[in-house]
Structure formats: C-alpha cells, structure tokens
Design a protein around this ligand. Structure first.
Ligand code: SF4
Ligand code: SF4
Length: 386
C-alpha cells in the first residue's frame, strides 16, 4: 500500500472486500440484473454483480446486453440513484394514539442499519451531497434521513464508459468521483485500482493487505476516465443560469414540451436530487391509532400543486416549467448549486424521451423570442423611436 492509500485489488480477489465488509456488519448492496435493467439489491457474492453486462441508454430507451467481457462494472446505472437509501420512498414518521385527554405522538425512527453500497457513480455521489444539504445541513436536520445516512459506507466506481445520455462533464460532477465516497474503484482489465476517501475507507483498506499501486496502472486508469469524459455527446450549458431561464417564463417552447409531457412523474422519481414529498395518515379501523407517513411525491401531480382550495399549477405546462426552472435556476438561488448533476436518468426514463439538454437550449435560443422578451423589445424600440 502507498501512503496516500491507493492500492491494487486483483479482480479475482474482489470477494475479499465483500467478506471484510460482511465481517464488519455491513449489508452489501450492489447493482443486480432484474427485469431487463439493474436495481440495487443485497449482494452476497461477486457473482451477484452484473458481470459482462452493459447498458445502452437513449431518450426513452434502456437496454441491457450481455457481452463476453469479464467487466464487473460495465453497467453504468439503472433507474435508481442513491436517494432511496437515505430519503426512503415511504417513511413512517409518527405513531399517533388517541388518549382520554388528547393524543400522544411517538416518532418511529428507522432501525439503524450498516449498508455498504458498491458501484455508486460520481453523479450519484453529487446527488447524495445535494440531498445531504437539504436534509442534514439546512435549518432543520431530518432525523430519519440522518439515521439512514449514518450507516452508509459508499464504494464508488469511476466511470470509464459514458452513456449517450450522460452529461456529468458539463455539470462538473464526473466521471471521476472526487469526494463523498469511502472507497473508489477504477476497473482496469483484471485489476481494480482502489483509493480511500474517508477515515472509514482508510481503515478498511489497511485491513485488505493490498499490493502497492503502480504508476503505470494509475496513468492507465486516468487515461480511461479521461476518454470517458471526452466521449460524452450531451452537455448542458448553464453559464447563463439562473437568470436566463427566469427571463423565458412565457416562451412558446413551454407549450410545445407540455404537448408531449404525460405528467407521469418518472423524471422526478429517478432524479437523484428531487425531494418533493407528501404525508398521509393511515388510521387503524378503530380510529384509535394512526401512522403519519412521508411518501415521495412529484411536482408533476395535480395534488402537489393544490394549496388552500386552489391548484397553483393546474396545467402540465405549469408543472414542467416549474420542474425545469427549479432544477436549473431557482435551485441555485435556494441551495447555491444546480439541482441537476447530469446523470441523464430523466432523459432515459421519460416515456416520450423529453430531454432537458434539448429543452434548455431551445428555451434560451436567441432565434426564438419569448412573448415577454418580445414585448420588452417592442417597448424599448418604441421608446427609442419616440
Ligand atoms: S434532472 Fe435529470 S439529468 Fe439532472 S440529475 Fe435529475 S435525473 Fe439526472
Ligand atoms: S418523465 Fe417525461 S412525460 Fe413523464 S413527467 Fe417527466 S417529462 Fe413528463
């Protein structure tokens, strides 16, 4: 092992890493092939991982194909980000019980569990950092999120292959994992270059008795990651955001995209940073007890825009505009960062292939003038003429 905690793990020894994690009490979760995609599931052996599989993704299309290769991490990602491990899709918050005088409310914090996730991508880590900002580092610290987050050990995999839907380079989030991981792996043929990113990662690495990483292998890993960056065909130019998007609030393109959008909510469910939620009561039949539950919600539903007897976003146009403007513009004002990490999931999993990397330039294109901008321009020219 080198002093900066890089080492080489032969791929044939990957099981050793899983075994050490198991001995330390972690449930190991990794990508597993199921129903034509990959999902996060409990991994007991290396053979559970999608060895030899690759994913192809395009707008509205996801395909897995099996190859002859022995690549362990050839599949970039499925629909699921890391969001579900910290911000649970369905989280009981309180158990409320009727008493003679009023009621009692007991918080139902989740049982702490140690979970080691193997195979997280740089965009997933960026998404998790944003969720941390929202749930942990804001004025209110969410104890349910915090409880799940404390037990997480994240093993990232640096991307050496980009999907046609990836644009992490332009969002400055990938393809190399820079922070937010405990360990990071780069797969180079039969070897895994392994790097520690936290004290817990360093402690685990020192127990693996790895051989020292060679300069040659480090250079080869860096070359492959750079080739992945260079191969990305999509990008999102956010240099004029947030202001430029606020200025096109009345652009005709919103009507055009609303004509295609099904308001199915897929884009928000798969997005690593979306955090809209609702709450519901599930009372028992005697009406003596109820569970107060938090559920994932979406700004694309009718109900989500319903406030005090009025729906503030009655049309799909209102909702798509709200989503994109929040994600790419007002998120920056709110949290100091973009709400998009460039993972491309919303492009792949949109059933009609709506692509925000196409929508944004269409909205900001100087050739298509919004009615607001046109009105302002007309007013200005009248003032000049007058
Ligand atoms: S908006 Fe789309 S591309 Fe951006 S982080 Fe969310 S799912 Fe990924
Ligand atoms: S996934 Fe596509 S169709 Fe569904 S709500 Fe999002 S943009 Fe609309």
């Amino acid at each position: 092992m080198t002093s900066d905690m890089h080492g080489i793990l032969p791929k044939s020894s990957l099981q050793r890493l899983l075994d050490v994690l198991s001995v330390r009490g972690y449930r190991i979760v990794g990508p597993m092939v199921r129903d034509g995609s990959v999902v996060w599931d409990t991994v007991r052996s290396v053979s559970d991982l999608p060895i030899g599989w690759r994913d192809q993704q395009e707008p509205g299309r996801y395909r897995l194909e099996q190859t002859d290769s022995q690549e362990v991490f050839g599949v970039v990602h499925g629909a699921q980000s890391l969001k579900q491990f910290v911000f649970a899709p369905r989280e009981p918050l309180l158990q409320i019980e009727r008493r003679k005088e009023g009621f009692t409310a007991r918080p139902t914090l989740p049982q702490s569990e140690k979970v080691a996730i193997i195979g997280a991508r740089a965009c997933d880590l960026a998404g998790l950092t944003i969720q941390d900002r929202i749930f942990l580092n804001d004025a209110y610290r969410d104890p349910y999120y915090a409880s799940r987050r404390e037990g997480l050990f994240v093993i990232a995999v640096n991307c050496t292959r980009a999907l046609s839907t990836c644009f992490c380079v332009s969002m400055e989030t990938g393809p190399r994992a820079r922070s937010g991981f405990d360990l990071a792996l780069t797969e180079v043929d039969n070897q895994l270059l392994i790097e520690a990113g936290s004290e817990a990662g360093r402690d685990l690495l020192s127990n693996l008795s790895l051989s020292t990483s060679s300069e040659q292998l480090s250079v080869e890993a860096a070359t492959r990651i750079e080739a992945c960056a260079q191969s990305q065909v999509r990008r999102l130019d956010h240099s004029r955001l947030p202001q430029a998007l606020y200025e096109v609030h009345e652009h005709p393109r919103w009507d055009e995209v609303a004509g295609r959008c099904l308001a199915c909510t897929n884009c928000t469910m798969v997005c690593p940073t979306c955090f809209c939620h609702t709450v519901e009561e599930t009372p028992d039949l005697s009406h003596q007890q109820t569970t107060h539950v938090r559920l994932w919600d979406s700004c694309f539903t009718q109900e989500h825009g319903y406030i005090h007897g009025k729906n503030i976003r009655p049309t799909i146009k209102d909702r798509y505009r709200m989503w994109l403007t929040h994600k790419l513009a007002s998120w920056i004002d709110q949290f100091g960062t973009s709400g998009c990490v460039g993972c491309g999931r919303c492009i792949t999993w949109c059933p009609v292939g709506i692509d925000l990397t196409e929508e944004l330039p269409a909205l900001l294109s100087p050739g298509i003038q919004s009615s607001t901008a046109k009105r302002q321009a007309d007013g200005n020219s009248r003032r000049v003429e007058g």
